[in-house]
Ligand binder design. Structure first.
Ligand code: X8Z
Ligand code: ZN
Length: 603
């Protein structure tokens, strides 16, 4: 799916057939040479590419058609790749001390940032459990009456209830219904964590969490400190929003449902994980004439289907001077939910062959939210296409946060003005309505900050062994209360696994990337707007049709993983550190407004 995973996999996948013995013998004989190291890297890249592509194809077929057979095939392909990745990672160590070129040294380092499971049984278990949990999440359903299949609701249907209903009883049932689906793979997850840690330890990491934190061109501890620094920078903004939303929810649902202090029940935020709150816009929008930013009705009226929506998003990228998507993209992508089979609906972007075979997999609905998600996914795709000329090991984002930030940066330019130009919004809100527009964005972006921070706070503890399966839920909810200020709508279920009801836990996809991306996209937006010669308020800037900004962006995308991420950042922004001042600048007028409202409403 995400090529980042693929690269790691590819790196791992470079199994050099039956080389371990040969290599051992060699190592006794003579110290390795630079020439050998270069040959090793070349072979590794070739092998990883082949196995990586095979695993991608198997995973694609699995996730777009879940059956026992496709599950087994996907697991097998991954197992083979995993074997190769581990073997190559261990072999790579042999060349660490050689005076190699900067590129080769970087490649060797990247190769060693992966799991190595030398035991066949461990590899088999890892691949099997991973495929099984991914499929279980995709197939998950809540059945009001377990004996009656027609009473069953899938995740999309349960999410729609949370998005639209204003009935707390109905919302609570949908929330609890989905969360209980994850219990079925709690044991698998615990087993998987143990195996994964074995693989991290073989490579010299304390655990898988430490391995994840080591992927940012800085020591693992420095990365943890860096994310905490950023969180502290944005926390006051989140708190202002949380307080205002509390007051509005209280006006809507009453004090019995919404307490005046302490955490708020999680089923009231219009989203299964309370991770983004844009569905609360009608409840929290400023009084008086406020911008209507919902394009769902227009999409339906104009019959703009999933493909038309995707073409519109593509049009943004081509307006920046980027290439048209290859024809195969539209032939091979899954844009809508098939009626006749189980699939993983969670949106993802796929770089199947490291070249032009790029696809997205979504279950697109005609909503504002999905219109933005399409821009997000195409960000991954345009990154993939931009770095396709790089060697395999550099086909990836500057770091995984960059990969997540590209499409979102573009989507920040999907302003009311732009939507109006496209015919999706009949009225352009007057600048006096900017607070409403900013509010809508804050419900997406500011609300997301603590969630995107805490998911890996939890996982880092789980991987470190600080949280055992019997305490998964306890610690998960401690973190959700502490960072998001939300609480479980009912007491914890016996053997519950609420964290596992989030896709990225079930699919073991790291999540800090989204926290970084949320900060980073505003930094990129600010810089690209500057490049476009824009100097007004950041929320009104759109880089649509701006080729100068597009060129700068494209140059960064083409770098892939070839250089430390600070250099990629510098190429666009001139800055070499992550800096939350851009997101704070963007929302500065809203922060002033929120604080005034909160003060007035508290009286
Ligand atoms: O998973 C995603 C993308 C695919 S990389 C749809 N996102 C996170 C989520 O849904 O939890 C985008 C925002 C956060
Ligand atoms: Zn993404």
């Amino acid at each position: 799916m995400l090529h980042i995973k693929k690269i790691a996999a590819a790196v791992a996948g470079l199994t050099i057939l039956s080389l371990p013995l040969a290599t051992q013998a060699q190592s006794k004989k003579a110290a390795p040479t630079v020439v050998e190291a270069e040959r090793f890297l070349k072979n590794a890249e070739a092998r990883l590419e082949k196995l990586g592509n095979a695993a991608q194809r198997a995973a694609w077929v699995y996730e777009t058609h879940i059956t026992d057979d496709t599950e087994a095939i996907a697991a097998q392909a991954n197992e083979v790749l995993l074997g190769a990745v581990g073997e190559i990672a261990i072999q790579a160590r042999r060349y660490n001390k050689l005076p190699l070129s900067a590129d080769s040294r970087r490649k060797l380092k990247l190769l060693q940032l992966s799991l190595s499971l030398s035991n066949d049984k461990d590899r088999e278990a890892y691949a099997r459990l991973s495929a099984q949990m991914n499929g279980a999440y995709g197939k998950g359903k809540y059945c009001k009456n377990p004996a009656d299949e027609s009473s069953c609701l899938n995740l999309g249907q349960l999410e729609a209830i949370l998005a639209k209903s204003r009935d707390p009883v109905e919302m609570k049932e949908a929330w609890l219904g989905w969360h209980q689906t994850a219990s079925s793979y709690k044991n698998s997850y615990a087993e998987y964590v143990a195996v994964s840690n074995k693989g991290a330890r073989e490579m010299g990491f304390a655990d898988t969490g430490a391995l994840w934190r080591s992927q940012y061109d800085m020591p693992a501890d420095a990365f943890a400190a860096e994310t905490e620094r950023l969180w502290q920078q944005v926390k006051p903004l989140y708190e202002s929003l949380h307080q205002y939303v509390r007051l509005k929810l209280q006006q809507t649902y009453g004090k019995n449902e919404v307490p005046s202090s302490g955490p708020i029940p999680a089923h009231l935020f219009g989203n299964m994980w309370s991770q983004s709150w844009e569905n609360l816009y009608p409840i929290v929008k400023p009084q008086g004439p406020a911008a209507n930013l919902d394009i769902a009705e227009t999409l339906k009226q104009k019959n703009l289907d999933a493909k038309a929506m995707t073409k519109m998003a593509e049009g943004f990228y081509t307006s920046l001077g980027m290439e048209k998507l290859p024809a195969s993209f539209y032939q091979r992508s899954q844009l809508t939910k098939p009626r006749d089979r189980e699939v993983v609906c969670h949106a993802s972007a796929w770089d199947v062959d490291g070249d032009q075979d790029v696809r997205i997999k979504m279950c697109i609905n005609q909503t504002s939210e999905d219109f933005l998600v399409i821009h997000h996914e195409l960000g991954h795709i345009y990154y993939d296409l931009a770095y396709r000329k790089q060697p395999l090991l550099f086909k990836g984002g500057a770091n995984d946060g960059f990969h997540e930030a590209i499409g979102d940066t573009v989507a920040l330019s999907v302003t009311p003005n732009y939507l109006n130009k496209l015919g999706l919004l009949s009225e352009v809100p007057d600048p006096s309505q900017d607070i409403g527009v900013l509010m809508d964005r804050a419900l997406q972006k500011v609300a997301f900050l603590p969630f995107s921070y805490l998911v890996d706070q939890w996982r880092w503890k789980v991987y470190a062994g600080d949280v055992k399966p019997q305490d998964y839920d306890k610690v998960w909810w401690e973190l959700r209360e502490k960072y998001q200020g939300v609480k479980r709508p009912a007491p914890a279920a016996a053997n519950g696994f609420d964290a596992g009801a989030k896709y990225h836990v079930a699919s073991d996809t790291p999540y800090s990337r989204y926290f970084l991306a949320t900060i980073l996209q505003f930094q990129l937006h600010r810089a690209l707007c500057r490049e476009a010669g824009y100097s007004g308020p950041l929320n009104r800037c759109s880089i649509y049709e701006n080729q100068a900004a597009g060129k700068k962006f494209q140059a960064m995308l083409e770098m892939g993983t070839s250089r430390p991420w600070n250099e990629a950042l510098k190429a666009v922004t001139g800055e070499d550190q992550l800096d939350a001042s851009a997101i704070l600048d963007y929302f500065a007028p809203l922060k002033v407004w929120l604080d005034a409202q909160n003060k007035a409403l508290a009286q």
